[in-house]
Design a protein around this ligand. Structure first.
Ligand code: FIX
Ligand code: ZN
Length: 416
């Protein structure tokens, strides 16, 4: 059905965004059967590293991060609740997110009834709750972050614990790329002959290690986060690992390589994961990778707002490059809106608008509620301009293009 009326078009678009199943292509979630690795519930929501960082922007001087980390989770959550929510108005995106999630769960956040909210969570079962959250967020599936260099994660896979259909794997290889000696030691404990020096034999063995893990967990892609200084090609050892281990395996297994570029690790190490920062990266490294490896697919997101325009232009040049997400410090309404508008104008509906990066299961609810609203507003604006230009899209086409930026083009990219 062709949409011949501007308000009918706007309505059809907003309905499509509200009802389209989303594929969340990057999270830090785990199967419930993997036990404590899966974080969920109000105390985990409140102690999200984004909020812990915010706590220490307002915490009284006598409350040190060292003392904070020694506290039990619930006491940590109480401090975040008091200082970030009650004393400083919960205006940040991460704080508003907690409010949105608890409200969508019909819990008494307006009454600020933290005790009652905790009682409700204490009655929940992880498996059932995972189903409930995926339904509330409207997800078809989410992609995990599975690191074969983390022993607590490996132990769960070794135990053969179940993985629900709605969670897909991704093989995380930061350690392999950025810290060969540590990776080599881990691979040796898996019977690989990987010396601390990067040797041809060591590279063979590392390729075998990655291929074995790909056989075990069936990842959708290989993934790594990289610092702002990342360059390619360059003399650094990481470039050699990429060329001699990562790209050959990606080529052989037909797996895309996801690069998340621009994190400045441990700007303030006392804050743990909340202590990382951002730096402006070099987009030409991405262009060089794509140009030098036409038969490898790259999924790229960059952390710095400054890199977004140049990255969009780069994506216009390479069919083996797919842009995804408003990563981390860009996952805020004003920046999601800016990046989504820019990408639509430069790329059309050929990118993945966002990923949740959820570290706590419940975050899926707010991250996608907030993102859906922004994607709807920006797409509505673009469709209205297209309508004014004289184009008359059909309802089916609108649904197609909405799905395209919420997981559809990601799946097409995986399949091509
Ligand atoms: O490297 C990553 O996957 C990052 O997303 C995380 O390390 C980061 O801590 C995070 O949670 C961002 O949202
Ligand atoms: Zn992440």
């Amino acid at each position: 059905m062709t949409l011949n009326d501007k308000s009918a078009l706007d309505q059809a678009l907003r309905q499509a965004v509200a009802q389209t199943p989303i594929t969340d292509i990057h999270t830090h979630l785990f199967p419930p059967a993997h036990g404590k690795l899966l974080l969920w519930g109000v105390d985990e929501l409140l102690t999200y590293h984004y909020l812990v960082a915010e706590l220490f922007t307002v915490a009284p001087r006598e409350l040190t991060p060292e003392a904070f980390w020694k506290l039990p989770r619930r006491a940590q959550a109480d401090l975040v609740w008091e200082h970030v929510f009650l004393r400083h108005g919960a205006l940040s995106e991460a704080a508003r997110g907690v409010v949105t999630t608890l409200n969508k769960l019909d819990l008494d956040i307006a009454g600020r009834n933290l005790a009652g909210i905790r009682e409700w969570f204490d009655r929940q079962d992880a498996e059932d709750y995972l189903r409930k959250v995926f339904d509330l967020a409207g997800l078809d599936y989410a992609v995990m972050t599975n690191d074969p260099f983390k022993s607590d994660e490996v132990a769960q896979w070794d135990a053969g614990r179940s993985v629900p259909e709605c969670l897909k794997a991704a093989l995380r290889i930061d350690t392999l790329i950025l810290d060969w000696p540590t990776a080599a030691a881990t691979m040796r404990s898996a019977d690989c002959d990987t010396p601390d020096q990067l040797t041809p034999k060591g590279c063979d063995e590392a390729r075998r290690f990655l291929t074995d893990w790909a056989g075990r967990i069936d990842p959708l892609y290989l993934a790594a986060s990289l610092p702002p200084e990342f360059g390619y090609p360059c003399e650094a050892q990481y470039a050699e690992v990429i060329d001699r281990v990562v790209l050959p395996v990606a080529r052989e297994l037909g797996l895309p390589v996801a690069l998340m570029i621009g994190v400045r690790k441990a700007l303030n190490p006392a804050l743990g994961d909340g202590g990382d920062g951002v730096g402006i990266a070099d987009v030409t490294a991405v262009a060089n990778l794509c140009a030098a490896n036409p038969n490898v697919k790259f999924l790229v997101t960059m952390l710095s707002r400054v890199n977004q325009h140049e990255l969009c232009v780069c994506a216009r040049k390479f069919g083996n490059l797919h842009l995804f997400g408003c990563w981390w410090f860009c996952n805020d309404p004003s920046i999601i809106e800016e990046i989504t508008r820019m990408r639509l104008e430069l790329l059309g509906a050929t990118f993945t608008a966002n990923h949740s990066d959820a570290r706590v299961l419940d975050q899926l609810v707010y991250k996608w509620t907030h993102t859906r609203k922004i994607v709807a507003d920006v797409l509505a604006e673009k469709y209205a301009a297209l309508y004014d230009a004289g184009w008359r899209p059909s309802d089916e086409e609108v649904k197609r293009d909405v799905r395209a930026v919420l997981g559809g083009t990601f799946e097409e990219f995986l399949a091509k």
